[in-house]
Design a binder for this molecule. Structure first.
Ligand SMILES: C[S@@+](CC[C@H](N)C(=O)[O-])C[C@H]1O[C@@H](n2cnc3c(N)ncnc32)[C@H](O)[C@@H]1O
Length: 168
């Protein structure tokens, strides 16, 4: 957090799926940028209720399990904003508190094999070794995915993108 307009406007597709709703900043931006269908997931009922009140398809629960439920019903290209995590540093993505690795597994298993875009936030607080292992994992799951980095107000490489649409 925060998502940037400059970055997300490069990845507008029919559907936006977010893990970690929080205060609806990302879904509000996705709506403004023209995503037709928006889904968001949070483990905190108050964030989900607020998103529902704004008209979003919002789901309460552990994001990998919710993704496994909703992805089989979504057709077409999706931009994922994977940003669910407890507010603790460092972000040890291999610890079970952090859902990212399990989210990737759900996406691989349950999303249509379409040309999706995976955006992963807060890489600045992921320790270097975990980050390297994450890159290996992405390469194993999606060998044709193009990896690039985006900046935000924290640093130049806070957002990791794995673009499955091919070279652009
Ligand atoms: C950094 S905030 C998300 C910020 C938001 N995506 C944005 O761009 O403004 C992280 C959110 O993830 C949620 N969260 C933490 N663990 C989760 C899990 N296992 N499943 C779903 N949501 C989770 C937290 O409740 C919190 O609202």
């Amino acid at each position: 957090m925060p998502i940037t307009r400059e970055m997300l406007s490069q990845y507008v597709q029919p559907t936006f799926v977010e893990s970690g709703t929080y205060q609806c900043e990302a879904v509000d931006l996705a709506r403004e940028l023209g995503f037709q269908t928006i889904h968001t997931i949070d483990i905190e009922p108050k964030h989900v209720d607020a998103a529902k009140a704004k008209g979003y398809n919002a789901y309460c629960g552990d994001s990998p399990a919710v993704l496994a439920k909703i992805l089989p019903g979504i057709e077409g290209q999706i931009t994922f904003w994977l940003d669910a995590h407890p507010f603790v540093k460092p972000m040890d993505i291999f610890h079970t508190h952090f859902p990212l690795m399990r989210e990737l597994r759900s996406i691989k298993k349950y999303a249509d094999p379409e040309k999706h875009v995976l955006l992963m936030d807060d890489m600045r607080i992921v320790p270097d070794l975990e980050k390297e292992l994450l890159l290996d994992w992405l390469d194993m799951l999606w060998p044709d995915g193009v990896v690039r980095w985006h900046g935000d107000r924290y640093c130049d490489d806070d957002i990791l993108c794995c673009d499955l649409r091919g070279e652009r």
